[in-house]
Design a binder for this molecule. Sequence first.
Ligand code: IPE
Ligand code: IPE
Ligand code: MG
Length: 249
Amino acid sequence: MSYKTDIIKERIPRHIAIIMDGNGRWAKKQGLARMFGHKQGVTTVHRITEAAAEIGIEYMTLYAFSTENWNRPKEEVDALMTLLVDTIAKETPTLMKNNIRLLTIGDIDRLPAETKKKFEGCIEETKQNTGLNLVLALSYSSRWEIIEAAKKIATEVKDGKLDVADINEAIISSHLTTNGIPDPDLLIRTSGELRLSNYLLWQIAYSELYFTDRLWPEFTPEDLYEAIVDYQHRERRFGKTSEQVKIEK
Ligand code: IPE
Ligand code: IPE
Ligand code: MG
């Protein structure tokens, strides 16, 4: 039996966000260098992306590299940047084949020129695709994003383009790098860590959280289906009572 058959088609989460964690520990477990874990992690990205596209997920946002990850040893950062370039070159045909559109969020200008160029090329090439929107969070952190939004909003107020009284949720959302992307319905974190690590803090205000001990390199489509089925059995109340939610259904 597969969890896939238990998925309720009418209640597929529109947007799944994932904190892909545990690459290093997976490698260490088999006595390998951390980079082997990252390479295996790319294989998981490939499999999970295809699975998500196939079941009709509209948006999937993957935390690939955080603002804080710049503080890792230089060799690991450099190797990760090279891995990103190689992956984009190799995976663009897969994205085209599966009708997937690539997007990025984060401080892309901090990436090495070559890495940035490769991403821009892939975003351009896949921009007409109408299936899954695959959003990669690169050099991303929520606090960075909120600071940037605050600066933009303050500038608009200063320039007389925006009234302070008009600042509302929609205005804040539209100044974040996720502008135009619906908030995640489901957030998955692998590797057993129970924290958010500066990820989409504004956007996950009402997301359902799912934590699994599975390390990212060993996370399978079946694990994804299991998380979706779990999500589908929750009651999202958005502050209301259970009775109210049942009447609305
Ligand atoms: C996640 O795996 C990938 C990145 C943060 C780039 P880690 O590299 O954090 O793996 P662990 O947490 O050390 O096992
Ligand atoms: C979060 O993982 C960032 C990514 C998955 C890219 P980390 O492994 O960097 O998170 P912390 O620092 O352990 O919380
Ligand atoms: Mg980690």
